[in-house]
Design a protein around this ligand. Structure first.
Ligand code: GAR
Length: 221
């Protein structure tokens, strides 16, 4: 990518697409120096596909059920992202486990948002697990994707309090507001060349990022 050029983002979704909407808004509002070159869903019924179409963005559905293996699906997915010449790949509620066939070609330019304070609660049902554990706070992590599920180096985390009477739904609603703030921010760090993934972890402006990511509340306003 040439310095200062607008990046091309491929955004992968499976559902509602509220994080996708945050990226659409961030691109339109100048927060992100980027354009979304394609939105890809593995789920033909994903509401996010309609959001993308309404914003005039190219969409593509690659239904995982049409493939004999994860590897075959991931190979098709990688081919589509490559064809669109994406600079950065954004997993935004993409609910398929990815294999090396997809992860390896995009290593270092593949980001995910996960609704917990990783390393706590990789996988599913994160909010209920935080409630069941009696955690005083919950949150969200944006991280580089590596071969370890939800285990790639964190970039940034935002925390929210767990309040008396919270359900998984009320907690999720509090967390997702933070998702919409920190995910475009991390993407802009990447686009502007400030963020790197190396063999020794994630770096921002050449400095190692702490093991749980940069704390949004303290440092990233
Ligand atoms: C978000 O909360 C995101 O963090 C989560 O799915 C939701 C998608 O919402 N992702 C994962 O759980 C990935 N393991 P959205 O479709 O409205 O952006």
């Amino acid at each position: 990518m040439k310095p200062g050029a607008r990046a091309r983002l491929a955004i992968l979704i499976s559902g509602r697409g509220s994080n996708l909407q945050a990226f659409i808004d961030a691109c339109a509002g100048g927060v992100l120096n980027a354009d979304i070159c394609v939105v890809i869903s593995n789920n033909p019924a994903a509401a996010g596909l309609e959001r993308a179409a309404a914003a005039g963005i190219a969409t593509c559905c690659i239904d995982h059920r049409s493939f004999a293996s994860r590897d075959a699906f991931d190979t098709a997915l990688a081919a589509e992202v490559s064809r669109r010449q994406a600079d950065l790949v954004i997993l935004a509620g993409f609910m398929r486990i990815l294999t090396p066939a997809f992860i390896t070609p995009f290593s270092g330019r593949l980001l995910n948002v996960h609704p917990s304070l990783l390393p706590r609660y990789p996988g599913l049902h994160t909010h209920q697990r935080a409630l069941d554990a009696g955690d005083p706070e919950a949150g969200v992590t944006v991280h580089f994707v590596t071969l370890e599920l939800d285990g790639g180096p964190p970039i940034i985390q935002a925390r929210v309090p767990v309040l008396p009477g919270d359900t998984a739904q009320t907690l999720a609603a509090r967390v997702i507001e933070k998702e919409h703030l920190i995910y475009p921010l991390a993407a802009q760090w990447h686009i502007s060349g400030r963020l790197q993934l190396t063999d020794t972890g994630a770096y921002l402006d050449g400095e190692p990022i702490p093991a749980t990511g940069i704390d949004y509340q303290e440092n990233a306003h």
